[in-house]
Design a protein around this ligand. Structure first.
Ligand SMILES: *[C@@H]1O[C@H](CO)[C@@H](O)[C@H](O)[C@H]1NC(C)=O
Ligand SMILES: *[C@@H]1O[C@H](CO)[C@@H](O)[C@H](O)[C@H]1NC(C)=O
Ligand SMILES: *[C@@H]1O[C@H](CO)[C@@H](O)[C@H](O)[C@H]1NC(C)=O
Ligand SMILES: *[C@@H]1O[C@H](CO)[C@@H](O)[C@H](O)[C@H]1NC(C)=O
Ligand SMILES: *[C@@H]1O[C@H](CO)[C@@H](O)[C@H](O)[C@H]1NC(C)=O
Ligand SMILES: *[C@@H]1O[C@H](CO)[C@@H](O)[C@H](O)[C@H]1NC(C)=O
Ligand SMILES: *[C@@H]1O[C@H](CO)[C@@H](O)[C@H](O)[C@H]1NC(C)=O
Length: 545
């Protein structure tokens, strides 16, 4: 993806395109070769729409809106080493208060035409990243794609006042790679008819603190992590009445580590296990074991047209609850939040947003750590198999006007990767559990959020065929006095993409079942055509828990 392309363009693009190879076997094909191998629809045809299968975002019943505002309209040609596109941001006049927002959607709508690699892009507001995605690798007749992301969690940032919206698309244009990206960023807001603040566990944070490189910059605002010992960090002074804190991590991998999960243990750079660690003043607060996103140009671009890989247009982010560690952060002094990537090879783009909830009833909260356990990663490797697991658990109390509430946050992870025939076949699964439980001295449950994620991935490649079967499964159960009733969310998103000789296609099933509604989609493509596409918003299993 982007960064690899940068390397490729500078190091290799002066030689014939056929020799442009990815660092790890042949997991990247030049769009020039692809254009020759699989002719685009005729140049005069309308642009082809690419999309990532996702659920529509519906405002809660009774909402008004949308109130839509075009935030930025930009073109991205030779942007490498140039400043991001920026636009002055003022809260739209319809946005009276953060607490009135029932749903905020950031829409990215973009086009490109010609020959170009897929590129990485990010959107930041006041230095806080809102969206990270891969661009669609274009066709001669052009591509168009859009992404809608729920950014309700940033309501306080959207309402906070004037700031700067920044968009960076890392692109390079020359005589061979001609595609220029054009993009519009639009904010759609929906409002509650009677503004009532949701209970604390479901309310957006009161303050978002960006943890990025900030502006001005001739680059994206993400930090770049280049190797296993590289640590990036930022200092933050927390408001003295903070009672809850969550670090939301954005991550993408490029260049020599775009296909980290195909590395053979012992043979390729640092093997296939990767994790992003989050430290507060040097103490491990938690980790993110990344979903192996495959960008639109990954392995073989024909796998991802017109239906793109899971997470590729809207990369997943990862939450680390740091409330139990607030004890040492409420002293009015700056504290260091640091990020690293275990086993990293050049290059990982990482930044984060710190979500803080502030006590409306006091100017000072107090906090203390009760217990903390974080053993080293347990990893085991044979010549073909790598397994790893980790557990991080912290418990701490926070005394606010809500009472003296003790929070236990526990993450557990398991990783299993089998690599055969030097990466021709890779079978990997990452399973992550995160549990947060907050109770007061009398044992009353304020909130409990239990999340289980599973990322299965199977790559099966040979001389003339490649099949990628991967999935993103996530179940969340939330309850407690600070939740609006027990809530349940389950997503099973499974995709199988294959290219064999001249035939290729995608089969994808997206099954979302939740307290707030359901969405089922079953789509099949062949070449550039959609063969079948069924969707339903009925909850087939009847009333949900
Ligand atoms: C952006 O919006 C402008 C104004 O509505 C429109 O003319 C243009 O085609 C849009 N571009 C994209 C890439 O959506
Ligand atoms: C915010 O920006 C708007 C539009 O540029 C301007 O009219 C307003 O005075 C600014 N507000 C503040 C507080 O700077
Ligand atoms: C790791 O990357 C950092 C940042 O680029 C660099 O300063 C350091 O020398 C590198 N370390 C190794 C072992 O390559
Ligand atoms: C809050 O409760 C914990 C025990 O759960 C106790 O150790 C701590 O002293 C209490 N804090 C305050 C300020 O009362
Ligand atoms: C925190 O939760 C984990 C997982 O449920 C549990 O194993 C641990 O005992 C809990 N710790 C405390 C101090 O309650
Ligand atoms: C992939 O590995 C899992 C164990 O993690 C195993 O249960 C499964 O059968 C394997 N699948 C294939 C196709 O080898
Ligand atoms: C999805 O659609 C395909 C083709 O219509 C069908 O064969 C398959 O059974 C469907 N799967 C589900 C889960 O509905």
């Amino acid at each position: 993806m982007a960064a690899s392309c940068i390397h490729l363009v500078f190091l290799l693009c002066l030689v014939p395109a056929a020799t442009v190879a990815s660092p790890h076997r042949n997991l990247r094909k030049s769009p020039v070769d692809i254009a020759a191998a699989a002719p685009s629809p005729a140049n005069a045809s309308p642009p082809t729409t690419f999309y990532e299968v996702d659920r529509p975002l519906r405002p809660p019943p009774g909402s008004s809106g949308p109130c839509s505002t075009l935030l930025l309209s930009g073109s991205f040609a030779y942007t490498f080493t140039k400043p991001p596109a920026t636009a002055a941001y003022s809260p739209p006049p319809c946005l009276a208060a953060a607490s009135a927002v029932s749903l905020a959607v950031l829409e990215w709508h973009a086009t490109c035409r010609g020959v170009q690699f897929d590129r990485i892009f990010g959107v930041w507001l006041g230095g806080a990243e809102l969206l990270r995605g891969s661009t669609a690798e274009p066709l001669q007749n052009g591509v168009v794609w859009s992404v809608s992301k729920d950014i309700t969690g940033y309501a306080s940032l959207l309402a906070a006042g004037n700031s700067t919206l920044a968009v960076f698309v890392e692109n390079l244009v020359n005589s061979q790679y001609t595609g220029v990206y054009y993009a519009n960023v639009t904010l759609h807001l929906y409002f509650r008819r009677t503004p009532t603040r949701p209970p604390p566990a479901v309310a957006p944070a009161d303050l978002i603190v960006p943890m990025s490189r900030g502006l001005p910059l001739n680059d994206g605002l993400w930090y770049k992590i280049q190797n296993a010992t590289d640590v990036v960090s930022t200092s933050v002074t927390l408001p003295s009445n903070t009672y809850r804190a969550v670090v939301e991590v954005f991550v993408s991998f490029h260049g020599d580590d775009e296909f980290w999960w195909t590395n053979q243990p012992g043979a390729d750079a640092n093997g296939p296990f990767r994790e992003v660690t989050v430290r507060v003043d040097g103490v491990l607060a938690g980790a993110a074991w990344p979903f192996p996103v495959i960008f639109t140009g990954g392995i073989n671009p024909l796998l991802w047209q017109p239906i793109t890989g899971i997470g590729s247009f809207n990369l997943p982010t990862y939450d680390v609850e740091v409330t139990p560690l607030l004890g040492k952060m409420l002293d009015g002094k700056a504290h260091v939040f640091a990020f690293a990537v275990t086993n990293a090879v050049d290059v990982w783009y990482v930044d984060a947003n710190l979500h803080l909830w502030l006590d409306p009833g006091s100017t000072d909260t107090a906090a203390g750590l009760v217990s903390y356990v974080a053993p080293e990663v347990a990893a085991a490797t044979t010549s073909s198999r790598t397994t790893a697991s980790r557990r991080v658990s912290a418990t701490g109390w926070v005394k606010s006007s809500y009472g003296n509430i003790t929070t236990n946050a526990t993450q557990t992870f398991h990783f299993d990767n089998t690599n055969t025939n030097d990466g021709e076949t890779v079978n990997q699964t990452t399973v992550a559990h995160a549990g947060v439980a907050a109770t007061d001295l009398a044992g009353v449950l304020y909130y409990s959020v239990q999340t289980r994620q599973s990322f299965p991935l199977l790559l099966d490649s040979g001389a003339d065929q490649v099949t990628v079967t991967h999935g993103l499964e996530e179940t969340t159960v939330a309850t407690g006095r600070w939740s609006s009733g027990p809530r349940y969310q389950s997503l099973r998103n499974t995709q199988r993409s294959s290219v064999a000789g001249a035939s290729r296609g995608v089969r994808q099933t997206y099954r979302y079942e939740a307290t707030d509604g359901c969405y089922l989609r079953n789509v099949t493509s062949s070449g550039y055509s959609i063969v079948s596409d069924q969707s339903s918003e009925a909850c087939v299993k009847g009333p949900l828990r």
